[in-house]
Design a protein around this ligand. Structure first.
Ligand SMILES: *[C@@H]1O[C@H](CO)[C@@H](O)[C@H](O)[C@H]1NC(C)=O
Ligand SMILES: *[C@@H]1O[C@H](CO)[C@@H](O)[C@H](O)[C@H]1NC(C)=O
Ligand SMILES: *[C@@H]1O[C@H](CO)[C@@H](O)[C@H](O)[C@H]1NC(C)=O
Length: 979
């Protein structure tokens, strides 16, 4: 904000100055003053607004903002942070230590949609604490310590659709707690201590749109429909499992639309009594979960009959007894298609267990302790498409699986299978997915997958495979994904995947691969991703041109291998030169001891590369041309290297860079960005370096930056960082992650204190304020000048001449030359006849004075103003012959002024005023100076002399005779009264 303010003021200041300058130039245009006045007012208003406007700081104390999500997970927070920008839509406060939600905690988050308070210590929520969250849709209060919900906890949450309060200690709810939640669709209050349906009633009565109610594991001992509600509810799903319900009674059709029903049992050894006798109740349930339910067989039968026409999916996990009978009962339901039977202690699957399940398409027998399966066990399952036998104890692929003509997915993962035989998957021509991971299959036989023509996904990870042999050389033409990670492969032989022409994803990571061959990946023309991380591949393997057939490859992961180069010289055979479609390449390492260099053309050919990671490689240097082959690069991670410095040209070729990770790179300064032209960089993570001062130029060289992380640098806490501090606190665009925890490292006196606590008031020269003051002054001066000019133009002109006269006067002050003339006659040309005919003969002829007349005695070629002053100063007296024309004439008034200067400044009265005509006083008023003279001096008037012309001349002669002492003269020259 400071920045904005400065630039605003500066910009404005500049405009106004420019404007002012222009107006100065055109000052003859009188409107200028008004215009300037308006501008001035606007400017003042703008300045005031920007001084007091809201400042939204953007260095959050603990949280991180990412795409309008405020993430404050695991931050040891004891209270809700209040510095979250009001634009966030998701606020994740999970896994903190907040114990109380206060009324003001969420005051200014009007667009928040999701609030997550999972795993805190909340035991108290103030009344109306969420009231301002008008957009909130999802609220998670799971795993807290709420015991009772007060009256107004959810006030204002009329838009909330999902509320989760599981794993609290709730025993009570106030009757109006849930009243505001008129839009609620999903409510999860599992794992609490609600012990009666009356309390659930208090909740449900206000929730007309509730579709899903989950209240697993409370303390409900009985379910009687009349206690819950007296009307039908629109619930689609209800979960009442793990409650110690002894009697389940429904007397009214309160759940007419229920489709998902979970009435699984609790761990107590107690039978539930089923008391629902009307056939129409629960008749829409399609998904039923009775896992762990203990109930008399008769009651079970009744229950299953209720759903006889609608059930498609049934879960009977961890059943204590009667499983075989229950399977038989349920498989007679004609609509049943999915049967989940996990955690049952089956041991051996007998041939008649599923004999009635002809219509089941999905059977899940995970974790059922199965050791053996009768060959005919699945014979009736003619419709079976998905069979899951995961996490059992099968020693081999059971023959029973071969009798399943419709099978699409077979999961045999996590068993004890130690070898695979060629007939194991015989005739499985429809199979799409086969999971064999987590078994122990060291060798794969050539013929294993010969019939799996439709197989798309094959998961063989973590199965101790050492040799692939020919398993993928001839078959599996439709395979798209092959997982082989976590095995014990040491070499990928040439042509080993050559028949996998549809393969897109190949994962070979976490093996022990040391050898790749030139043709290792031949045939994989559609491969888009290959994972080779955490093997032992070295640069000699890469030199073999192993990737040159993978023309469609988009992602290549070579993390944690042994790829080391000793020099940055160009390679003869750059390893990725054919991978022009590659978008992501990772080659970070883990345990390098020795320094490492990257060949300057290592990335040659990767014209479409978007992401490159080379962190933790002990790189000591990056050649300036390293990225000249990858012009599209957007994300670069060179963290955890020992770079100390980067060549400034490094970033020139990658102007599209958006994210840069340079943490732990031993860098000393961020100044490398100045001039690097990274105008698109948005994300910069530069933790644990040696930056001490962040300069304005650096930040300004990254105009698109929105996220900056400089955690754990060694900041200098003095005025050098003043600008950075201001910026961190006031810039509203760039989030500076964890800025409040940046600590000082220097000077020693402040070591360990927080950077943002530094008092920088003495450092900051508020340029904005200076600009404001100077601009205001300029405007005021200019306005004054304009006003003065407009209203006092004549006074100004007068002042100008006065000034000129004064100048000339001082020039002559010290020239005490003897007077050349007795009197200088100042007159207007129009009055010349009188001067020539009357005055000249009288004074020069009769009285014998030596007179100076401008038409006769002025030196030609000399500036006129000099002539005038010379004449005045060269004469003892100046006789002004005053007429109206004289007053109008510019030069005459100048003469009078110059003469009067002599009077005032030399204290010599040299002036003799002779009025040739009667001039009213008001006409003299503009001639301020002359009026003053008239007040002080007496004068001679020609018209008044009339017939006594002789007296007039006598008086003039007397005046000319007198010395220059003004006091003396006054006495003699009192002949005539004022006109
Ligand atoms: C059950 O669903 C139907 C159709 O969606 C609806 O019209 C009816 O009101 C619902 N029943 C109740 C009790 O809300
Ligand atoms: C079952 O319930 C429906 C609707 O609630 C009702 O109309 C019907 O009479 C009931 N049938 C029996 C046998 O009680
Ligand atoms: C299996 O489904 C068919 C048609 O969908 C039905 O006619 C038959 O009764 C069902 N069989 C069983 C045992 O449910």
């Amino acid at each position: 904000m400071l920045e904005n303010r400065n630039s605003l003021s500066a910009g404005f200041c500049f405009t106004v100055l420019k404007m002012g300058h222009r107006l100065e130039e055109d000052k003859m245009k009188p409107r200028g003053g008004l215009k300037c006045c308006k501008l001035g007012i606007i400017f003042l208003l703008l300045t005031i607004i920007s001084f007091v406007g809201p400042v939204s700081g953007f260095a959050l104390k603990t949280c991180r903002i990412s795409q309008n999500n405020a993430i404050c997970v695991k931050s040891k927070l004891k209270a809700v942070p209040r510095d979250i920008p009001s634009t966030v839509t998701v606020f994740d406060l999970s896994e903190n230590r907040i114990s109380r939600i206060q009324a003001a905690d969420f005051r200014d988050l009007p667009v928040l949609i999701r609030l997550d308070l999972n795993r805190n210590n909340i035991s108290q929520i103030d009344s109306g604490a969420f009231a301002n969250l008008i957009s909130l849709q999802k609220l998670n209060l799971n795993n807290n310590r709420l015991v009772k919900l007060g009256e107004n906890v959810f006030k204002g949450l009329s838009g909330l659709t999902e509320l989760r309060i599981l794993s609290n200690r709730m025993k009570e709810v106030a009757s109006t707690s849930f009243k505001p939640l008129t839009s609620l669709q999903v409510l999860d209050i599992s794992h609490n201590k609600l012990d009666s349906l009356e309390k659930v009633h208090l909740i449900l009565q206000h929730l007309p749109h509730l579709g899903e109610l989950v209240m697993k594991d409370n303390n409900l001992f009985a379910f009687r429909s009349w206690e819950l509600t007296n009307r039908s509810l629109d619930l689609r799903a209800i979960d009442l499992s793990q409650n110690p319900i002894a009697v389940f009674t429904i007397t009214e059709d309160i759940f007419p639309n229920l489709t998902r029903f979970n009435i699984g049992g609790s761990s107590r050894k107690q039978q539930m009594i089923w008391d629902v006798h009307n056939h129409t109740f629960l008749s829409r349930v399609s998904t039923l979960d009775i896992s762990g339910l203990q109930m008399a067989l008769g009651d079970m039968k009744t229950l299953l009959q209720r759903v006889n026409s609608s059930l498609t999916s049934l879960r009977m996990n961890a059943m204590k007894y009667n499983l075989a009978k229950l399977i038989n009962m349920s498989c007679t339901i004609p609509t049943l298609s999915s049967l989940q039977l996990r955690y049952n202690k089956l041991k051996i699957v007998s041939s008649d267990l599923f004999k009635l399940c002809v219509n089941v398409t999905e059977l899940d027998l995970t974790k059922s302790n199965i050791k053996a399966i009768d060959d005919n066990a699945f014979k009736s399952l003619r419709s079976l498409k998905i069979l899951t036998l995961s996490s059992n104890r099968l020693p081999s692929v059971p023959a029973a699986t071969r009798n399943l003509p419709a099978l699409l997915e077979l999961d045999l993962s996590n068993n004890n299978i130690s070898s695979l035989q060629c007939h194991d998957f015989a005739d499985q021509t429809k199979l799409r997915q086969l999971n064999l991971y987590r078994n122990s299959i060291p060798d794969l036989k050539d013929c294993l997958f010969k019939d799996l023509t439709q197989l798309q996904v094959l998961k063989l990870q973590s199965s101790h495979i050492r040799k692939l042999n020919g398993a993928f050389k001839r078959y599996l033409p439709n395979l798209t994904q092959l997982n082989l990670y976590g095995n014990e492969l040491t070499a990928i032989k040439g042509g080993v995947f050559k028949s996998l022409r549809s393969l897109q994803n190949l994962s070979l990571h976490q093996n022990k691969i040391t050898t790749l061959e030139k043709d290792s990946f031949v045939g994989l023309t559609n491969l888009t991703r290959i994972q080779l991380q955490s093997n032992n591949i070295n640069k000699q393997q890469l030199d073999k041109d192993v990737f040159n057939t993978l023309i469609n490859l988009r992602r290549l992961d070579l993390e944690n291998n042994n790829i080391k180069y000793e020099s940055s010289f160009a390679l003869l055979n750059p390893p990725f030169s054919k991978l022009s479609r590659l978008e992501e390449l990772s080659i970070p390492a883990q345990h390098y001891r020795n320094k490492h260099l990257l060949p300057r053309n290592f990335l040659q050919g990767l014209t479409n590369l978007l992401l490159f990671k080379v962190r933790n490689n002990q790189l000591v240097y990056l050649h300036k041309d390293t990225f000249s082959y990858t012009p599209k690069l957007q994300t670069l991670d060179i963290s955890s290297n020992d770079l100390t410095d980067l060549p400034p040209e490094l970033f020139f070729p990658i102007q599209n860079l958006k994210s840069l990770y340079i943490s732990r790179a031993s860098l000393h300064s961020l100044d490398i960005f100045i001039g690097a032209n990274l105008t698109n960089l948005e994300f910069l993570q530069a933790r644990n370096n040696l930056f001490s001062v962040i300069r304005k130029e650096t930040i300004e060289s990254l105009p698109a930056l929105v996220y900056l992380d400089l955690q754990s640098n060694s900041f200098t806490c003095d005025c050098d960082n003043a600008w950075f501090l201001q910026w961190v606190k006031n810039d509203s665009r760039t989030q500076v992650f964890d800025a409040y925890n940046y600590t000082c490292n220097y000077p020693p006196v402040v070591e360990g204190t927080k950077l943002l606590d530094l008092d920088i008031r003495d450092c900051v020269v508020d340029t904005g304020f200076i600009c404001f003051i100077s601009t205001t002054c300029t405007i005021l001066c200019f306005m004054m000048a304009t006003f003065t000019y407009h209203f006092m133009r004549w006074q100004l002109v007068y002042a100008y001449y006065l000034f000129m006269a004064w100048l000339l006067d001082t020039k002559h002050k010290n020239k005490q030359a003897p007077h050349q003339y007795d009197a200088f006659i100042s007159y207007n040309t129009h009055d010349e006849p009188w001067v020539i005919r009357e005055l000249l003969p009288k004074l020069e002829g009769e009285q014998g004075w030596k007179l100076c007349l401008h038409h006769r005695d002025f030196e030609p070629g000399k500036p006129i103003i000099d002539n005038i002053t010379d004449a005045i100063y060269g004469s003892r007296k100046t006789i002004c012959v005053i007429s109206r024309r004289y007053l109008d004439s510019e030069w005459c008034s100048k003469e009078i002024q110059a003469a009067s200067f002599r009077l005032f400044d030399e204290q010599k009265d040299v002036l003799i005023l002779v009025f040739l005509e009667e001039i009213p006083r008001y006409l003299l008023s503009p001639y301020h100076r002359m009026r003053k003279l008239l007040k002080r001096q007496t004068y001679l008037s020609w018209p008044q002399a009339g017939e006594h012309a002789e007296v007039f001349w006598q008086k003039l002669r007397q005046a000319l005779k007198t010395k220059e002492d003004p006091d003396e003269d006054r006495f003699h020259l009192t002949l005539l009264e004022t006109p």
